[in-house]
Write a protein that binds this ligand. Sequence first.
Ligand code: UGA
Length: 434
Amino acid sequence: MNITVIGTGYVGLVSGVCYAELGNKVICVDKDLGKIETLQAGEIPIYEPGLKELADKNCSAGKLAFTTDLTEAVRQSDIIILAVGTPPMPSGEANMAYINQAALDIAEAMNGYKIIAIKSTVPVGTNERIHELIRTRTSEPFDSISLPEFLREGSAIKDTLNPDRIVIGADSGSAADTMVELHRPLTEQIIVTDIRSAEMIKYASNAFLATKISFINEIANICEKVGADVTKVAEGMGYDKRIGQSFLKAGIGYGGSCFPKDTRALIQIAGNVDYEFKLLRSVVEVNQDQRFNVIRKLETIFNGQLRGKTVAVWGLAFKPNTDDVRDSPALEIIQYLVENGVKVKAYDPIAMENFKGLYGKEGVIWCNQALDTAQDSDALCLLTEWDEFAEVDLNLLQSVMKQAILIDGRNVFKEEDLLGTDFVYYSVGRPSLN
Ligand code: UGA
Protein backbone atom coordinates (compact mmCIF):
# COMPACT_ATOMS: atom_id res chain seq x y z
CA MET A 1 0.00 0.00 0.00
CA ASN A 2 1.07 3.62 -0.47
CA ILE A 3 1.15 5.39 2.86
CA THR A 4 1.91 8.93 3.99
CA VAL A 5 2.78 9.47 7.64
CA ILE A 6 2.52 13.09 8.77
CA GLY A 7 4.76 14.01 11.71
CA THR A 8 8.22 12.52 12.23
CA GLY A 9 8.27 12.48 16.02
CA TYR A 10 8.61 9.21 17.93
CA VAL A 11 5.33 7.73 16.82
CA GLY A 12 5.40 8.94 13.21
CA LEU A 13 8.97 8.01 12.51
CA VAL A 14 8.84 4.55 14.07
CA SER A 15 5.48 3.80 12.43
CA GLY A 16 6.67 4.99 9.02
CA VAL A 17 9.81 2.87 9.19
CA CYS A 18 7.85 -0.19 10.33
CA TYR A 19 5.12 0.15 7.67
CA ALA A 20 7.94 0.25 5.10
CA GLU A 21 9.49 -2.83 6.70
CA LEU A 22 6.15 -4.60 6.12
CA GLY A 23 6.55 -3.99 2.37
CA ASN A 24 4.55 -0.78 1.95
CA LYS A 25 5.76 2.35 0.17
CA VAL A 26 5.95 5.06 2.82
CA ILE A 27 6.53 8.80 2.67
CA CYS A 28 7.18 10.53 6.01
CA VAL A 29 6.28 14.20 6.03
CA ASP A 30 7.28 16.95 8.43
CA LYS A 31 7.11 20.73 8.29
CA ASP A 32 10.48 20.98 10.01
CA LEU A 33 12.94 21.24 7.10
CA GLY A 34 15.96 20.70 9.36
CA LYS A 35 14.52 17.42 10.62
CA ILE A 36 13.70 16.21 7.11
CA GLU A 37 17.21 17.09 5.88
CA THR A 38 18.66 15.18 8.83
CA LEU A 39 16.52 12.14 7.96
CA GLN A 40 17.35 12.41 4.26
CA ALA A 41 21.04 12.40 5.22
CA GLY A 42 20.50 9.07 6.99
CA GLU A 43 20.60 10.47 10.52
CA ILE A 44 17.88 9.79 13.09
CA PRO A 45 16.97 12.77 15.30
CA ILE A 46 15.92 10.60 18.26
CA TYR A 47 17.72 7.86 20.16
CA GLU A 48 15.82 4.61 19.62
CA PRO A 49 17.63 1.26 19.48
CA GLY A 50 17.42 -0.37 16.03
CA LEU A 51 15.63 2.51 14.32
CA LYS A 52 18.54 3.77 12.23
CA GLU A 53 19.37 0.33 10.83
CA LEU A 54 15.75 -0.29 9.83
CA ALA A 55 15.38 3.19 8.32
CA ASP A 56 18.61 2.80 6.31
CA LYS A 57 17.53 -0.60 5.02
CA ASN A 58 14.12 0.60 3.84
CA CYS A 59 15.42 3.85 2.36
CA SER A 60 17.97 1.89 0.32
CA ALA A 61 15.21 -0.46 -0.83
CA GLY A 62 13.24 2.56 -2.08
CA LYS A 63 10.35 1.88 0.32
CA LEU A 64 10.88 4.88 2.61
CA ALA A 65 11.33 8.56 1.83
CA PHE A 66 11.24 11.84 3.76
CA THR A 67 9.84 15.14 2.54
CA THR A 68 8.34 18.48 3.58
CA ASP A 69 5.99 18.35 0.57
CA LEU A 70 2.72 17.21 2.16
CA THR A 71 0.65 17.84 -0.97
CA GLU A 72 2.73 15.58 -3.20
CA ALA A 73 2.93 12.88 -0.52
CA VAL A 74 -0.85 12.86 0.00
CA ARG A 75 -1.47 12.70 -3.75
CA GLN A 76 0.71 9.60 -4.05
CA SER A 77 -0.91 7.77 -1.12
CA ASP A 78 -4.05 5.74 -0.39
CA ILE A 79 -3.66 5.92 3.37
CA ILE A 80 -2.70 9.07 5.32
CA ILE A 81 -1.63 8.57 8.90
CA LEU A 82 -1.56 11.57 11.21
CA ALA A 83 1.09 11.32 13.89
CA VAL A 84 1.67 14.96 14.81
CA GLY A 85 2.11 16.09 18.39
CA THR A 86 -0.72 16.89 20.79
CA PRO A 87 1.29 18.59 23.55
CA PRO A 88 -0.48 19.53 26.77
CA MET A 89 -1.77 23.07 27.28
CA PRO A 90 -1.58 24.66 30.74
CA SER A 91 -5.11 23.35 31.50
CA GLY A 92 -3.98 19.76 30.80
CA GLU A 93 -6.06 19.62 27.64
CA ALA A 94 -4.31 18.33 24.51
CA ASN A 95 -3.38 21.04 22.01
CA MET A 96 -5.11 20.24 18.71
CA ALA A 97 -3.46 23.00 16.64
CA TYR A 98 -1.08 20.66 14.75
CA ILE A 99 -3.79 18.08 14.04
CA ASN A 100 -6.17 20.77 12.79
CA GLN A 101 -3.57 22.29 10.50
CA ALA A 102 -2.53 18.91 9.11
CA ALA A 103 -6.20 18.08 8.44
CA LEU A 104 -6.64 21.31 6.49
CA ASP A 105 -3.45 20.64 4.52
CA ILE A 106 -4.65 17.12 3.67
CA ALA A 107 -8.04 18.45 2.54
CA GLU A 108 -6.30 20.90 0.19
CA ALA A 109 -4.18 18.11 -1.30
CA MET A 110 -6.89 15.45 -1.82
CA ASN A 111 -7.08 13.95 -5.32
CA GLY A 112 -9.39 10.95 -4.90
CA TYR A 113 -10.44 8.45 -2.20
CA LYS A 114 -8.18 8.25 0.86
CA ILE A 115 -8.25 6.65 4.28
CA ILE A 116 -7.26 9.23 6.89
CA ALA A 117 -6.15 7.65 10.16
CA ILE A 118 -5.24 9.48 13.37
CA LYS A 119 -2.44 7.84 15.35
CA SER A 120 -1.77 10.83 17.62
CA THR A 121 -3.41 10.55 21.04
CA VAL A 122 -6.50 12.74 20.74
CA PRO A 123 -9.54 13.45 22.94
CA VAL A 124 -12.65 11.40 22.34
CA GLY A 125 -14.63 12.90 19.48
CA THR A 126 -11.59 14.33 17.66
CA ASN A 127 -11.75 11.93 14.71
CA GLU A 128 -15.35 12.93 14.09
CA ARG A 129 -14.50 16.61 14.39
CA ILE A 130 -11.53 16.28 12.03
CA HIS A 131 -13.73 14.33 9.60
CA GLU A 132 -16.14 17.25 9.50
CA LEU A 133 -13.30 19.76 9.14
CA ILE A 134 -11.91 17.95 6.10
CA ARG A 135 -15.40 17.37 4.71
CA THR A 136 -16.05 21.15 4.67
CA ARG A 137 -12.87 21.71 2.62
CA THR A 138 -13.02 18.97 -0.01
CA SER A 139 -15.58 17.07 -2.02
CA GLU A 140 -13.20 14.12 -2.53
CA PRO A 141 -14.30 10.89 -0.82
CA PHE A 142 -12.50 9.68 2.31
CA ASP A 143 -12.97 7.59 5.46
CA SER A 144 -11.69 8.38 8.95
CA ILE A 145 -10.00 5.85 11.18
CA SER A 146 -8.84 6.04 14.80
CA LEU A 147 -5.58 4.10 15.05
CA PRO A 148 -4.23 4.51 18.60
CA GLU A 149 -0.55 3.83 19.23
CA PHE A 150 0.78 1.67 22.07
CA LEU A 151 4.55 1.66 21.43
CA ARG A 152 6.97 2.45 24.24
CA GLU A 153 10.07 4.57 23.78
CA GLY A 154 13.18 2.45 24.04
CA SER A 155 11.43 -0.64 22.66
CA ALA A 156 9.47 1.10 19.92
CA ILE A 157 10.50 -1.16 17.02
CA LYS A 158 9.76 -4.35 18.92
CA ASP A 159 6.43 -2.98 20.18
CA THR A 160 5.43 -1.91 16.68
CA LEU A 161 6.43 -5.10 14.89
CA ASN A 162 5.14 -7.39 17.69
CA PRO A 163 2.20 -5.55 19.21
CA ASP A 164 -0.06 -7.05 21.90
CA ARG A 165 -2.98 -5.77 19.85
CA ILE A 166 -3.97 -3.36 17.11
CA VAL A 167 -7.02 -1.20 17.70
CA ILE A 168 -8.91 0.16 14.70
CA GLY A 169 -11.79 2.55 15.23
CA ALA A 170 -13.92 2.89 12.11
CA ASP A 171 -17.41 3.65 10.95
CA SER A 172 -16.85 2.28 7.45
CA GLY A 173 -16.57 -1.48 6.97
CA SER A 174 -14.42 -1.32 3.86
CA ALA A 175 -11.93 1.16 5.35
CA ALA A 176 -11.70 -1.03 8.46
CA ASP A 177 -11.03 -4.05 6.22
CA THR A 178 -8.17 -2.21 4.47
CA MET A 179 -6.63 -1.26 7.83
CA VAL A 180 -6.99 -4.83 9.11
CA GLU A 181 -5.23 -6.06 5.96
CA LEU A 182 -2.41 -3.52 6.50
CA HIS A 183 -1.82 -4.68 10.10
CA ARG A 184 -2.54 -8.41 9.68
CA PRO A 185 1.17 -9.32 9.26
CA LEU A 186 1.82 -7.90 12.75
CA THR A 187 -0.70 -9.78 14.88
CA GLU A 188 -3.90 -11.80 14.90
CA GLN A 189 -5.14 -9.63 17.75
CA ILE A 190 -6.88 -6.86 15.82
CA ILE A 191 -9.84 -5.22 17.50
CA VAL A 192 -12.23 -3.21 15.35
CA THR A 193 -14.47 -0.81 17.28
CA ASP A 194 -16.43 2.35 16.74
CA ILE A 195 -14.28 5.47 16.54
CA ARG A 196 -14.99 6.90 20.00
CA SER A 197 -14.23 3.61 21.77
CA ALA A 198 -10.88 3.36 19.97
CA GLU A 199 -9.98 6.89 21.09
CA MET A 200 -10.98 5.97 24.65
CA ILE A 201 -9.00 2.69 24.63
CA LYS A 202 -5.77 4.69 24.29
CA TYR A 203 -6.45 7.00 27.24
CA ALA A 204 -7.87 4.22 29.40
CA SER A 205 -4.83 2.01 28.74
CA ASN A 206 -2.29 4.68 29.67
CA ALA A 207 -4.36 5.76 32.69
CA PHE A 208 -4.57 2.16 33.89
CA LEU A 209 -0.81 1.60 33.54
CA ALA A 210 -0.15 4.87 35.38
CA THR A 211 -2.55 3.67 38.09
CA LYS A 212 -0.59 0.43 38.49
CA ILE A 213 2.60 2.45 38.96
CA SER A 214 1.14 4.85 41.53
CA PHE A 215 -0.49 1.91 43.30
CA ILE A 216 2.77 0.01 43.68
CA ASN A 217 4.58 3.21 44.70
CA GLU A 218 2.12 3.69 47.55
CA ILE A 219 2.49 0.03 48.54
CA ALA A 220 6.27 0.66 48.50
CA ASN A 221 5.90 3.63 50.82
CA ILE A 222 3.89 1.49 53.25
CA CYS A 223 6.43 -1.36 52.91
CA GLU A 224 9.15 1.00 54.08
CA LYS A 225 7.19 1.70 57.25
CA VAL A 226 6.15 -1.88 58.02
CA GLY A 227 9.46 -3.50 57.07
CA ALA A 228 8.30 -5.39 53.96
CA ASP A 229 10.02 -5.61 50.56
CA VAL A 230 7.96 -4.21 47.68
CA THR A 231 9.83 -6.20 45.02
CA LYS A 232 8.71 -9.43 46.74
CA VAL A 233 5.21 -8.04 47.22
CA ALA A 234 4.95 -7.11 43.53
CA GLU A 235 6.26 -10.50 42.45
CA GLY A 236 3.83 -12.29 44.71
CA MET A 237 0.96 -10.18 43.42
CA GLY A 238 2.01 -10.50 39.80
CA TYR A 239 1.76 -14.30 39.65
CA ASP A 240 -1.98 -13.78 39.85
CA LYS A 241 -2.81 -13.66 36.13
CA ARG A 242 -5.53 -11.13 36.81
CA ILE A 243 -2.87 -8.73 38.13
CA GLY A 244 0.22 -9.55 36.02
CA GLN A 245 3.90 -8.78 36.74
CA SER A 246 4.32 -5.74 34.52
CA PHE A 247 4.17 -2.09 35.56
CA LEU A 248 4.57 -2.99 39.21
CA LYS A 249 8.10 -1.66 39.57
CA ALA A 250 8.22 0.85 42.39
CA GLY A 251 10.45 3.86 41.82
CA ILE A 252 10.44 7.62 41.63
CA GLY A 253 7.21 7.84 39.65
CA TYR A 254 6.40 7.82 35.97
CA GLY A 255 7.55 10.52 33.57
CA GLY A 256 7.87 10.92 29.82
CA SER A 257 5.75 12.49 27.15
CA CYS A 258 2.78 10.13 27.53
CA PHE A 259 1.57 9.15 31.00
CA PRO A 260 1.78 12.63 32.58
CA LYS A 261 0.09 14.22 29.54
CA ASP A 262 -2.55 11.54 28.96
CA THR A 263 -3.59 11.20 32.60
CA ARG A 264 -4.11 14.95 32.85
CA ALA A 265 -5.95 14.99 29.53
CA LEU A 266 -8.32 12.20 30.60
CA ILE A 267 -9.12 14.04 33.83
CA GLN A 268 -9.94 17.03 31.64
CA ILE A 269 -11.99 14.94 29.16
CA ALA A 270 -14.03 13.59 32.08
CA GLY A 271 -14.38 17.09 33.54
CA ASN A 272 -15.74 18.37 30.24
CA VAL A 273 -18.68 15.99 30.60
CA ASP A 274 -19.14 16.85 34.31
CA TYR A 275 -17.44 13.73 35.61
CA GLU A 276 -14.77 13.96 38.26
CA PHE A 277 -12.23 11.18 37.74
CA LYS A 278 -11.26 10.95 41.43
CA LEU A 279 -9.11 7.85 41.13
CA LEU A 280 -6.99 9.29 38.33
CA ARG A 281 -6.58 12.59 40.19
CA SER A 282 -5.05 10.62 43.07
CA VAL A 283 -2.82 8.67 40.68
CA VAL A 284 -1.38 11.96 39.40
CA GLU A 285 -1.00 13.36 42.92
CA VAL A 286 0.77 10.23 44.20
CA ASN A 287 3.08 10.32 41.19
CA GLN A 288 3.99 13.95 41.76
CA ASP A 289 4.82 13.29 45.40
CA GLN A 290 6.78 10.09 44.76
CA ARG A 291 9.73 11.88 43.17
CA PHE A 292 10.28 13.83 46.38
CA ASN A 293 10.87 10.60 48.31
CA VAL A 294 14.45 10.80 47.08
CA ILE A 295 14.77 14.23 48.66
CA ARG A 296 13.03 13.19 51.87
CA LYS A 297 15.54 10.35 52.21
CA LEU A 298 18.47 12.71 51.69
CA GLU A 299 17.01 15.06 54.29
CA THR A 300 16.64 12.24 56.78
CA ILE A 301 20.23 11.12 56.24
CA PHE A 302 21.65 14.63 56.56
CA ASN A 303 19.31 15.68 59.40
CA GLY A 304 17.71 18.30 57.18
CA GLN A 305 21.10 19.90 56.41
CA LEU A 306 21.32 19.61 52.64
CA ARG A 307 22.86 23.02 52.02
CA GLY A 308 26.55 22.76 51.08
CA LYS A 309 26.43 19.02 50.38
CA THR A 310 27.57 17.57 47.06
CA VAL A 311 25.04 15.17 45.54
CA ALA A 312 25.71 13.10 42.43
CA VAL A 313 22.81 12.18 40.14
CA TRP A 314 22.97 9.15 37.87
CA GLY A 315 20.31 9.14 35.17
CA LEU A 316 18.37 12.05 33.68
CA ALA A 317 16.15 10.36 31.07
CA PHE A 318 12.61 9.47 32.23
CA LYS A 319 13.54 5.82 31.72
CA PRO A 320 16.49 3.89 30.23
CA ASN A 321 17.18 3.38 26.50
CA THR A 322 15.84 6.77 25.51
CA ASP A 323 17.24 10.28 25.33
CA ASP A 324 13.82 11.69 26.17
CA VAL A 325 13.75 13.89 29.28
CA ARG A 326 10.23 15.30 28.94
CA ASP A 327 8.56 15.27 32.36
CA SER A 328 11.50 13.31 33.73
CA PRO A 329 11.40 13.19 37.55
CA ALA A 330 15.09 14.19 37.48
CA LEU A 331 14.12 17.71 36.39
CA GLU A 332 12.26 18.55 39.59
CA ILE A 333 14.58 16.61 41.86
CA ILE A 334 17.65 18.44 40.57
CA GLN A 335 15.90 21.80 40.62
CA TYR A 336 14.89 21.29 44.26
CA LEU A 337 18.42 20.30 45.25
CA VAL A 338 20.04 23.25 43.47
CA GLU A 339 17.50 25.69 44.95
CA ASN A 340 18.32 24.35 48.39
CA GLY A 341 22.04 24.99 48.16
CA VAL A 342 23.19 21.53 47.12
CA LYS A 343 26.09 21.19 44.70
CA VAL A 344 24.69 18.81 42.07
CA LYS A 345 26.83 16.73 39.70
CA ALA A 346 24.82 14.97 37.00
CA TYR A 347 25.34 12.33 34.33
CA ASP A 348 23.28 10.32 31.86
CA PRO A 349 24.73 8.01 29.19
CA ILE A 350 22.51 9.41 26.38
CA ALA A 351 20.17 12.14 27.56
CA MET A 352 22.68 14.79 28.77
CA GLU A 353 22.21 17.28 25.94
CA ASN A 354 18.42 17.04 25.94
CA PHE A 355 18.39 17.46 29.70
CA LYS A 356 20.63 20.52 29.62
CA GLY A 357 18.35 22.02 26.96
CA LEU A 358 15.14 21.44 28.92
CA TYR A 359 16.53 22.17 32.39
CA GLY A 360 18.06 25.38 31.07
CA LYS A 361 19.29 26.61 34.44
CA GLU A 362 22.66 27.20 36.05
CA GLY A 363 24.07 25.40 39.03
CA VAL A 364 24.66 21.83 37.85
CA ILE A 365 28.06 20.30 37.12
CA TRP A 366 27.62 18.12 34.04
CA CYS A 367 29.88 15.05 34.02
CA ASN A 368 30.90 12.61 31.29
CA GLN A 369 31.21 9.44 33.29
CA ALA A 370 29.44 7.66 36.13
CA LEU A 371 32.47 7.46 38.43
CA ASP A 372 33.56 11.06 37.80
CA THR A 373 30.09 12.15 38.77
CA ALA A 374 30.29 10.35 42.09
CA GLN A 375 33.81 11.61 42.83
CA ASP A 376 33.96 13.52 46.15
CA SER A 377 30.20 13.53 46.58
CA ASP A 378 28.37 13.19 49.88
CA ALA A 379 25.60 11.08 48.35
CA LEU A 380 24.62 9.50 45.05
CA CYS A 381 21.04 9.35 43.74
CA LEU A 382 20.30 6.81 41.02
CA LEU A 383 17.28 8.10 39.07
CA THR A 384 17.29 6.09 35.80
CA GLU A 385 18.04 2.36 35.68
CA TRP A 386 20.57 2.34 32.81
CA ASP A 387 22.44 -0.98 32.60
CA GLU A 388 25.81 0.73 33.00
CA PHE A 389 24.92 1.83 36.54
CA ALA A 390 24.08 -1.72 37.59
CA GLU A 391 27.49 -2.85 36.30
CA VAL A 392 29.56 -0.36 38.32
CA ASP A 393 32.05 -1.84 40.82
CA LEU A 394 30.54 -0.73 44.12
CA ASN A 395 33.84 -0.96 46.01
CA LEU A 396 35.44 1.35 43.48
CA LEU A 397 32.42 3.65 43.67
CA GLN A 398 32.67 3.80 47.43
CA SER A 399 36.38 4.61 47.22
CA VAL A 400 35.82 7.74 45.10
CA MET A 401 32.93 9.16 47.14
CA LYS A 402 33.37 11.45 50.13
CA GLN A 403 30.58 9.60 51.93
CA ALA A 404 29.28 6.20 50.79
CA ILE A 405 25.60 7.07 50.67
CA LEU A 406 23.45 5.65 47.87
CA ILE A 407 19.80 6.46 47.22
CA ASP A 408 18.64 3.93 44.65
CA GLY A 409 15.44 5.41 43.20
CA ARG A 410 14.90 2.43 40.90
CA ASN A 411 15.81 -0.57 43.08
CA VAL A 412 18.69 -1.46 40.76
CA PHE A 413 20.88 -3.05 43.43
CA LYS A 414 20.19 -6.09 45.57
CA GLU A 415 21.27 -6.51 49.17
CA GLU A 416 23.94 -9.04 48.14
CA ASP A 417 25.47 -6.52 45.70
CA LEU A 418 26.25 -4.32 48.67
CA LEU A 419 27.86 -7.01 50.80
CA GLY A 420 31.44 -6.09 51.65
CA THR A 421 30.80 -2.38 51.13
CA ASP A 422 30.06 0.29 53.74
CA PHE A 423 27.26 1.94 51.80
CA VAL A 424 24.39 3.55 53.61
CA TYR A 425 21.76 2.36 51.14
CA TYR A 426 18.20 3.52 50.70
CA SER A 427 15.98 2.18 47.94
CA VAL A 428 12.22 2.27 47.31
CA GLY A 429 9.93 0.11 49.41
CA ARG A 430 12.73 -2.09 50.71
CA PRO A 431 14.57 -2.11 54.02
CA SER A 432 17.45 0.36 54.13
CA LEU A 433 21.01 -0.76 54.87
CA ASN A 434 23.06 1.35 57.25
C1 UGA B 1 3.79 4.60 27.43
C2 UGA B 1 2.98 3.29 27.26
O1 UGA B 1 3.64 2.23 27.96
C3 UGA B 1 2.85 2.93 25.78
O2 UGA B 1 2.02 1.77 25.65
C4 UGA B 1 2.20 4.09 25.04
O3 UGA B 1 2.10 3.85 23.64
C5 UGA B 1 3.04 5.34 25.24
O4 UGA B 1 3.14 5.63 26.66
C6 UGA B 1 2.35 6.48 24.53
O5 UGA B 1 1.24 6.86 24.95
O6 UGA B 1 2.83 6.92 23.48
P1 UGA B 1 6.41 5.26 27.40
O7 UGA B 1 5.97 6.57 27.95
O8 UGA B 1 7.35 5.22 26.25
O9 UGA B 1 5.12 4.37 26.94
O10 UGA B 1 7.15 4.49 28.57
P2 UGA B 1 6.82 3.35 29.62
O11 UGA B 1 7.77 2.25 29.40
O12 UGA B 1 5.40 3.01 29.66
O13 UGA B 1 7.25 4.08 30.98
C7 UGA B 1 6.60 5.25 31.43
C8 UGA B 1 7.11 5.65 32.79
O14 UGA B 1 6.65 4.74 33.78
C9 UGA B 1 8.63 5.70 32.93
O15 UGA B 1 9.00 6.87 33.64
C10 UGA B 1 8.97 4.47 33.73
O16 UGA B 1 10.13 4.60 34.50
C11 UGA B 1 7.74 4.35 34.61
N1 UGA B 1 7.48 2.97 35.09
C12 UGA B 1 7.11 2.00 34.21
C13 UGA B 1 7.58 2.70 36.43
O17 UGA B 1 7.91 3.58 37.26
N2 UGA B 1 7.31 1.43 36.87
C14 UGA B 1 6.93 0.43 36.03
O18 UGA B 1 6.69 -0.70 36.50
C15 UGA B 1 6.84 0.73 34.66
